[in-house]
Structures are given as C-alpha cells and as structure tokens.
Design a protein around this ligand. Sequence first.
Ligand code: NAP
Length: 250
Amino acid sequence: MEMNLKGLNALVTGASRGIGRQIAIQLARSGANVIVNYNKSKKIAEQLCFDLQQKYNIKALAIQADIGNKNDVDRLVSTACSNFNKIDILVNNAGICCDMELCDRTVGCFEKTFQTNLFGVYQLTKILGAKMKENQFGKIVNVSSNNSINGFYPTTIDYDASKSALNSLTKNFAIELAPYVNVNAVAPGWIDTDMNKDVLTPDVAELEAKRILKNRIGTPEDVANLVLFLISKESDYITGQIIAVDGGMF
Ligand code: NAP
C-alpha cells in the first residue's frame, strides 16, 4: 500500500531489531521522520537511523531508553520533543518475554515483564497521548500478542497476562483520547525474530506452521503492514480494536 506520511513524526519503541525495526523502515519509506528507541543495541539503532536518512531523505534519531524505567521514559519524551516539534505517531512495540515453568516463577518475574510490556506503555502513552489530543491528531498502535486472545501458554503466563492487560489499556486510551487520536493494537502470532530464536527451532516451526491456516510462520513485514495500515488515513474509522495478524490461528 502506497502511503504518504511526509511531515509526520513517529516514535517506535524497541525499533533496533525485529518487528519494531521493520515498522521503522516502513514508516521512513512512507516519508515519516522516525525516532528509533532502543535499549541495548546502540550501534544497530544508530546504523539504522543513518541508513534510513540516506535512503529515504527523512530525519531519523536513535534514542536509548529502557521502556520499563520511568525516568528513562521521561527522558525519551523530552529528547524526542526537543528534536521534533510534535509526535504524531506512537508505536508501542518494545516487549519482553521469558519462558519459564509456571511453578518456578516469582512475583518478581511478573513485575519485570509488566514493567516493560505494560507500565512503560502506560507512561509513554499518557504523556504523548495528551499532547496528541491537544494537537487534535494522533495515531497510536500497541504491539500486543495473540497469546492475549486465544493462545495461552503456562510457560509464558506473565507475558500473556501483560498482553491481555495491554489490550485493556488500548481500549481505555481509545476512549480517553477520542475522537482525534486513534488507538489500536495488533496481535501477532508466531513471528520469526530474535525473541523466538530459542523456542522456534526448525522442528517446532514446522509443527506450528501446520496449525496456522496460512501454513507458515509470520515475518516482521506481515506485522508492519498492518501497523502501517492502522496509521494510514484509510483506517481513520478504526479505533479501540485488537487486530490479530497470525496467519489464522484458533
Ligand atoms: P525482539 O526480536 O526480541 O526485539 C525486541 C526489540 O525491543 C529490540 O529492538 C529491543 O531493543 C527492544 N527492547 C526490549 N526491551 C526493551 C526495553 N525495556 N526498552 C526499550 N526497548 C526494548 O522482539 P520482537 O519479536 O520484534 O517483538 C516485538 C514486539 O512484538 C514485542 O512487544 C513482542 O511481545 C511482540 N510480539 C512478538 C511476537 C513474535 O513471535 N516475535 C509475537 C507476538 C507479539 P535492544 O536490541 O536495544 O535491546
């Protein structure tokens, strides 16, 4: 889909690798200026910004911030806002997942996961959403998971719960920020990224692909295509929705 986002400024969290990186690339390709948030992958994030500026003639800036840390989120917002006069698009993509037997977990595991997957999203959306509401324009897309809808796994109980809570947060912010700011979530199924590199071995991937209607594991592009649609003018009448992009998993 051809899209013109020229002149709009986008912040993508966790954009150094995986799904977030692909979203940043597609935003830049559509003409948006991009803030590439990362946590640890400084070199990769800075190289990505350099490449995007060269290739698409847009402004790109890498900003380190641990989304699970409130002070980092505040610094991310102030650095972003001092470099770009407004933020029009926010993609809350950064997320963590750690596989562990349910009985081996502690409340601390839940706290760590929720800190990044939920509390950080809340903090960032609260601040930037308010600015978008004031500007009477904004597009917010949260990256949830189909683990929040119909694929619950006891070994990722904290992750699944954090993404279910993220769905609720999505709908509540959609209400709070209406009518000018659209807030939606995408819920990917199996996507081939570093997040899955230990669990999605070739054997597991083959087995899992058999229970997916499209018979394959998804790619970051599959998710980014939906995110870009939710940012486009064409999706203006869609808000408060959780949309699966999982190749058909029931
Ligand atoms: P990934 O390959 O592990 O990449 C994670 C990205 O998030 C990296 O750029 C990483 O940055 C960044 N990140 C991690 N923790 C962060 C933090 N505390 N603060 C800021 N950035 C942080 O993951 P992915 O598969 O692309 O997943 C992206 C999103 O999609 C997540 O929300 C995930 O839950 C969701 N999702 C993924 C799948 C899947 O199958 N892959 C399925 C459903 C949903 P650094 O490199 O700088 O550390």
